[in-house]
Design a protein around this ligand. Structure first.
Ligand code: BGC
Length: 886
């Protein structure tokens, strides 16, 4: 049996409106045997239909085991065209799959000149009194024949929602997404064929402020990119006879105010249902009292097709309780700190109001607490029209909350009338981790929810206070964990393009991407290094070479920028740095941990340079590779001179300094033992607790496990008192906190100035759970899990752990369980990959696979006894190893 499944084009299933000129195809092999490898493939691409008669590309039979990222090399693609593709594969057992079910992709507007539409806006923005209102824009049009297909290409300055003939065009939210708007603006493509009617039709749009012109960044400033929201839209209608009709945004559209009186990302929405314009996006609506839309001059050269996966409502949560607080407030508890909004139903008299406020936590007395939101109001105000049952959810805002205070609501508050709608970028869930400790399972749950809440088109620091920005450091720290939990390849590809676009003239990297802070806010070490770490991580986890090609200049610019900074070419000892942000060894009243910032800066300088040298090698840029290897060596020499004593002791006695030195290989092989010993001492002295902040925490357990102290890593993981990962779980956390002591032992809070309960940085421990506890890793040469390493590291306190990962090739699984003195390890390796499995502490003589000796088990190509245990090379398939622990 051999089948081809899960066809993907640019990571997506049947994408619409792409503008990649050489899209990449990936697929998976389905087979029930062991040791299955693809030996050849054939790809055919046909234009227009799936009969494959009109081929624009046929690879013929290619002898290759490549099944990810095959680049299209056929006839030049043309605009607004659907292409079908199909795959056939051959395997090493003599099987042929036959043709796969066809997949397709459709191109968008490949030439900017095809944008015939004009930017249109509304006079609502000209008057300060009305400028918060979300305007409606509409146009009637008619079709002239039987419609074969219809596509909308649309974008906005601000945010938009589209309607045709009274219905929402799509479930995508927060379109067109957030990019560096002055340089890059995404448009979306929608298939609206089924929405059109014979004859008279209407199309309409609502515009919102969004990131473009709404309040953004702490200071209450608005209009960061512009002061008018605007729409750009083309509807291409193709008839059965091949004729085409174009409906464009232009001066013939009409505009009016609507029921949304205010909608702001931080502050919520005010909606007056009495102002609804019944039927406004249907044909024949009387818009004679509406104004003509105004034309806005704005460039179209900046338009790019949607790159990221869309934001959608992904799940719903019902409140679990209604609390009457000591202060007498009525508060809904959703049981989960979530991001999105509340949809509610209500019945009451015209003009009655529903007012909802959103908060993450209750204070220690059990009252509703909003101080940590700073200026973000997170308030929904709905004014009833009073015509029966009304159902509402907001449009251009989102809230980070677990608790909702009902400040006003006509009638009895009943739980069934409220639903939490969870929104985030619609990334495929790819990973899971579970183990024998329920608190650790809750930790994993909290990490995943931190990712959901903060991957809303850009990777943000937090989703609730007046911030919600694309902090580079946080993204860099969490990306490897993120790659396990969900497929984040497109998500980061888009964000990294904005990172390149926003690099300063001197090629520094802004603290947040898209860059919306002031001009001095860039280039902290460990933050700016997102420029190298993020592309490298995507390459590592998905085998995606193109992201390295695309980001190469940006990566190189970043390293060269650093090189010019210090007063020594090989040290980075100047400039502003966040340091080991929120480290517990910081001075009183400081957020910066005790590790010297030039130590951290030089360590990351070395790390980024190493990544750049490796990237140059992957891309065959040999001269660069040699140059940056040399630079890397010199940085290491200078680092040692500056920060390591001749006897191998680090100049900085902090946990984070020791963690970085080990993780980034900054000390001599001879000195590793000493540095490890000193790290262990520092941890012991602190009663086996961590002191690390944002910089040291992601790697702390890794370096312990890798340097002979796996037991201490487990000890740190399993601590439940402060400070530890599980402390917050014992305090009821359902997402990861920004501070180790966001809620202190006595129930009081960390300062209200900066105390988010949904910040994923410390969730970076997830990477260690997957990679070390369960032991799933990719080979560093055959990246993207083409060659898999299963090297679980069980430790004291866990009886079992299991992780699954849906890789580019299919499901990888590692599940171990220890009972009494025996160990069981289940491994699942997808077809067309190979793996190295290390059975920890195993003795070759006692190892069985499904009851058989290794020499008799299928799929295994070799095995040997090593110091760590038994090392086995194997091919695809499901395996179950058992042995007694000696
Ligand atoms: C953010 C971060 C960020 C930090 C920079 C904070 O306000 O929430 O997570 O990395 O500033 O120091």
């Amino acid at each position: 049996m051999l089948k081809v499944k899960k066809l993907r084009c640019e990571y997506k299933k049947n994408p619409l409106g792409i503008d990649v000129l050489s899209p990449r195809f990936s697929w998976q092999l389905e087979s029930d045997g062991r040791g299955i490898m693809q030996t050849a493939y054939q790809v055919q691409v046909s234009k227009g239909d799936d009969t494959f008669k009109n081929l624009v590309w046929d690879t013929g039979i290619v002898n290759s085991d490549k099944s990810a990222h095959i680049e299209y090399e056929g006839e030049a693609l043309i605009s607004r065209q659907r292409y079908y593709y199909r795959i056939m594969v051959w395997d090493n057992k003599g099987n042929v799959s036959g043709w796969s079910e066809p997949g397709f992709f459709e191109t968008g507007l490949l030439d900017k000149k095809e944008w015939k539409a004009e930017w249109i806006t509304s006079s609502i923005y000209d008057d300060a009194q009305t400028s918060d209102i979300c305007p409606l824009l509409r146009k009637d049009f008619s079709t002239a024949g039987k419609v074969r297909s219809a596509r909308v290409y649309a974008t906005a300055l601000g945010l938009y929602e589209l309607y045709i003939n009274g219905s929402r065009v799509s479930d995508h939210l927060f379109t067109p997404g957030w990019t560096s708007y002055n340089k890059r603006l995404q448009y979306q493509t929608y298939d609206v064929t089924e929405m059109l009617k014979d004859g008279n039709n209407a199309i309409g749009a609502v515009l919102g402020n969004g990131w473009y012109k709404g309040n953004l960044v702490w200071a209450g400033n608005k209009n960061l990119y512009g002061d008018k929201a605007a729409l750009l839209l083309q509807l291409h209608v193709t008839y059965e006879d091949g004729n085409e009709n174009l409906i464009l945004s232009d001066g013939s559209w009409k505009t009016s105010s609507g029921p949304i009186l205010m909608s702001e990302i931080y502050h919520g929405e005010t909606y007056d249902a009495r102002l609804e314009k019944e039927g406004w996006s249907m044909a024949g609506y009387d818009d004679s009292s509406w104004e003509s839309a105004a034309i806005l001059q704005h460039p179209k050269e900046i338009l790019v097709a949607q790159e990221n996966v869309p934001v959608r409502v992904i799940q719903e949560i019902k409140p679990i309780n209604i609390i009457n607080t000591p202060k007498g407030e009525a508060v809904l508890d959703f049981g989960q700190n979530m991001v999105g909004w509340v949809r509610f139903e209500v019945e009451g008299p015209e003009g009655a109001e529903v007012v909802l406020r959103h908060a993450e936590v209750l204070d220690k007395d059990g009252n509703f607490y909003v101080d940590n939101l700073r200026s973000a109001k997170q308030t929904i105000r709905y004014i009833l029209k009073g015509t029966g049952r009304e159902c509402y959810e907001p449009h251009f805002t989102f809230q980070g909350f677990r608790y909702v205070k009902i400040e006003s609501y006509p009638g009895d508050i009943m739980l069934e009338n409220f639903t939490g709608r969870v929104i985030h970028s619609d990334m495929e869930t790819t990973g899971s981790f579970t183990c024998s400790n329920e608190l650790v399972n809750q930790l994993q749950h909290n990490i995943v929810w931190g990712q959901k809440g903060n991957f809303l088109d850009v990777p943000t620091d937090c989703p609730q206070r007046d911030e919600r920005l694309g902090w580079t450091g946080d993204a860099q720290m969490f990306i490897r964990t993120a790659c396990f939990n969900m497929n984040v390849a497109s998500f980061f590809a888009k964000w990294l393009r904005d990172l390149s676009a926003d690099q300063s003239e001197e090629k520094g990297v802004p603290h947040v991407i898209p860059h919306v802070l002031d001009d001095n806010s860039y280039s902290s070490s460990a933050w700016g290094d997102a420029a190298t770490i993020c592309p490298w991580t995507i390459y590592t986890c998905y085998g995606d070479k193109r992201i390295l090609e695309e980001q190469y200049e940006s990566m190189k610019h970043w390293v060269e920028y650093i090189r010019r900074q210090g007063d020594d070419e090989y040290l980075w000892n100047t400039g502003f740095h966040f340091g080991d942000w929120l480290g517990l060894d910081s001075k009183a009243d400081s957020y910066v941990g005790a590790t010297p910032v030039d130590f951290i800066a030089t360590a990351y300088y070395a790390y980024s340079t190493d990544i750049l040298a490796k990237t140059a090698k992957v891309l065959g840029k040999w001269e660069d590779a040699a140059e940056y290897e040399e630079l890397y060596k010199n940085i290491i020499v200078s680092f040692r001179k500056e920060f390591v004593t001749p006897n191998g002791r680090l100049a900085s006695p902090t946990q984070t300094a020791h963690v970085l030195a080990l993780m980034f290989n900054l000390v001599d092989a001879r000195d590793r033992k000493r540095v490890t010993r000193d790290l262990v001492k520092l941890i012991e002295q602190n009663g086996y607790h961590l002191t690390t902040g944002f910089v040291g925490t992601p790697y702390l357990c890794h370096v312990l496990s890798q340097n002979g102290h796996n037991d201490i890593a487990y000890k740190l993981l399993l601590q439940t008192d402060y400070p530890s990962w599980l402390y917050q779980i014992t305090k009821g956390a359902t997402t990861i906190w920004e501070h180790w002591d966001g809620i202190k032992e006595d129930g009081s809070f960390w300062s209200k100035d900066m105390n988010s309960f949904n910040h994923y940085a410390y969730g970076s421990i997830g990477d260690w759970l997957y990679r070390s506890v369960a032991g799933i890793n990719t080979d560093s040469e055959m990246t993207g899990y083409k060659r898999i390493h299963i090297t679980p590291k069980p430790g004291p306190g866990l009886e079992f752990a299991e992780a699954k990962l849906e890789s580019m090739y299919g499901r990888v699984e590692s599940a171990w369980a220890i009972s009494e003195d025996s160990m069981k390890l289940k491994v699942c390796i997808p077809a067309n990959t190979t793996a190295v499995v290390v059975l920890p502490s195993a003795d070759l003589s006692g190892v069985l696979e499904n009851g058989k000796r290794l020499k008799d088990a299928g799929g295994i190509t070799s095995y040997e006894q090593t110091d760590e245990g038994v090392r086995i090379q194997l091919g695809s398939g499901d395996y179950e190893f058992t042995y007694s622990l000696v």
